[in-house]
Write a protein that binds this ligand. Structure first.
Ligand SMILES: Nc1ncnc2c1ncn2[C@@H]1O[C@H](COP(=O)(O)OP(=O)(O)OP(=O)(O)O)[C@@H](O)[C@H]1O
Ligand SMILES: [Mg+2]
Length: 251
């Protein structure tokens, strides 16, 4: 297997003035190149903590995060993230919001704009490149965030509950579009790690679902999802798989 990202015996303890809490007891898993993996687990079990570790924003109390078998720091710039709230710069328009992350990578301004526009088109918001975030709906903002995340051609796309703020139809459309992009070998993202609370969403999208226990967390099970793609979310098999995951979650 072509392991791309590995978390090895991650333990995380947050220290407060007088006490400390163990958020993560012991978690180890790997993600293979071209794999779509979801993490699911109860609120407060450390999912966003894991995301921050993979982004290199925090370090575990003990354990290792490895990218391509190497220390994470060497993988800098190879991971992009999309959070639940799109986190756009309100004083920049759509094009500038995407272009800004390309500044360190592409020196030529015209080339930067060309690449930014390619991804803006890809997520279906062309025509709005000169709009400001306040002029956009939640779904459109999330599309800008996805365009921005993909524009740097990351090796890994991390999604932390990306569809939570959207209505059911917008969320479903974006899931399918994201899966189409992931399926296209010539376009990023190639490898995806998604945090979600939504079991249906995890079963629809993932090759594998990592199911975490409540805090202090460990992995209850890593479940391979073998349903053929594109997945029929109304089939008996689909419902059965969702049920299986729910049963594992409830212990
Ligand atoms: N910066 C921090 N300082 C102290 N404690 C923190 C910090 N960040 C998270 N925690 C604690 O660690 C635990 C895990 O938090 P985390 O945000 O990773 O959970 P989560 O699984 O993402 O939850 P949710 O599903 O609600 O988003 C929580 O109990 C939280 O209070
Ligand atoms: Mg979280």
């Amino acid at each position: 297997m072509d392991q791309f990202l590995t978390l090895e015996n991650i333990h995380m303890e947050y220290k407060y003035r007088k006490t400390s809490i163990v958020s993560i007891e012991d978690i180890s898993f790997s993600i293979n190149r071209n794999e779509f993996v979801s993490i699911i687990g109860p609120s407060g079990c450390g999912k966003s903590t894991i995301v921050k570790m993979i982004l290199g924003l925090i370090s575990p109390t003990s354990g290792k995060v490895l990218m391509d078998g190497d220390d994470l720091r060497k993988g800098e710039g190879r991971v992009s993230v999309v959070f639940q709230s799109a986190a756009l710069f309100p004083w920049l328009d759509v094009l500038q919001n995407v272009e800004i992350v390309l500044e360190p990578l592409i020196r030529d301004k015209e080339e930067r704009i060309r690449v930014a526009m390619k991804y803006i088109k890809m997520v279906g918001i062309d025509g709005f490149e000169n709009a400001y975030p306040r002029e956009l709906s939640g779904g459109m903002k999330q599309r800008v965030a996805i365009a921005r995340a993909l524009s740097t051609s990351p090796d890994l796309l991390v999604l932390d509950e990306p569809f939570v703020g959207l209505d059911v139809f917008a969320a479903q459309a974006m899931r399918e579009e994201l899966l189409d992009l992931w399926d296209d070998q010539n376009l990023p993202p190639h490898t995806v790690l998604m945090v979600t609370h939504n079991v249906d969403e995890a079963v629809q999208m993932s090759d594998r679902i990592i199911i975490l226990s409540k805090r202090p967390s460990h992995i209850i099970q890593a479940k391979q999802i073998t349903l053929p793609r594109p997945r029929n979310t109304r089939s008996d098999e689909f419902y059965r798989t969702v049920d299986d995951v729910l049963k594992i979650m409830s212990g």
